[in-house]
Design a protein around this ligand. Structure first.
Ligand SMILES: Cc1cc2nc3c(=O)[nH]c(=O)nc-3n(C[C@H](O)[C@H](O)[C@H](O)COP(=O)(O)O)c2cc1C
Length: 217
């Protein structure tokens, strides 16, 4: 994105951007469009363009949302990493239905994704785990993510414990930690436009084939 295009986005903020959706041919897959929009988001200088909201539901149907980082995506889905004993993971194990949300405000774009989750392979999780910096690897061992702290210094003490335990050599991969792949069956691309006449293009997967339609804003 050029500086001029960035300024145009900023100057029209609140009224819709002058950028229109790219023409979408009927054989464009949502993953190709996602790739284009994610590339634009990375080029725009937005901090953490890979940040996305993940919504899960507990057994009572109570939804909960939190931010995570998208680490991988392809035709098979969108991958993030977390603790498999966390609240979100418990909910995803109970109910594999999930929703993701990206919002890139300077581009006035939103992407909504609905689908189901599956765990990524242990190899994929271990490979990603070992690509992280050492502090984050030890932090993953120290954090009982989503559990109540028993006392204020508990986390600090657990961090020291694992720093000593893994002071030499490679930090082992913890089996309670890994990736979730969100396999989408519906994706909506939303582009802000003037006068609230926003563009909304939805893709729905039926019998392994994507169909597309537009929605009123
Ligand atoms: C920008 C941002 C990125 C985050 N990325 C992750 C992530 O990739 N994985 C993760 O487990 N938590 C991430 N977190 C923390 C989560 O939002 C959340 O606090 C944590 O996963 C516990 O959620 P849960 O108790 O619902 O399981 C991130 C938070 C923010 C604000």
């Amino acid at each position: 994105m050029t500086l001029f295009e960035k300024l145009r986005c900023l100057l029209t903020f609140g009224q819709g951007v002058a950028l229109s959706l790219p023409e979408i041919s009927t054989d464009t897959s949502p993953s190709q469009l996602f790739e284009q929009w994610f590339t634009d988001a990375k080029k725009s200088g937005i901090l953490l363009p890979e940040a996305m909201s993940v919504s899960s539901c507990n057994a009572d149907g109570q939804p909960s949302s939190r931010m995570v980082l998208l680490k991988n995506y392809d035709e098979d889905g969108f991958v993030f990493f977390t603790n498999y004993a966390s609240r979100k993971s418990h909910e995803l194990i109970e109910n594999d239905k999930v929703a993701l949300l990206f919002h890139w405000n300077v581009l006035q774009r939103q992407i909504r994704i609905e689908g189901t989750v599956e765990k990524v392979s242990e190899q994929e999780s271990a490979d990603y785990f070992h690509s992280r910096d050492r502090g984050s690897q030890i932090g993953a061992w120290a954090s009982k993510q989503s559990q109540k702290l028993k006392y204020d210094d508990e986390l600090k003490e657990r961090m020291s414990h694992y720093q000593n335990k893994f002071s030499k050599g490679e930090v082992p991969y913890p089996e309670f930690w890994g990736g979730w792949r969100v396999k989408p069956h519906a994706i909506e691309f939303w582009q802000g436009r003037a006068n609230r006449l926003h563009d909304r293009i939805c893709f729905e997967k039926q019998n392994e084939l994507w169909t597309q339609h537009k929605l009123h804003p």
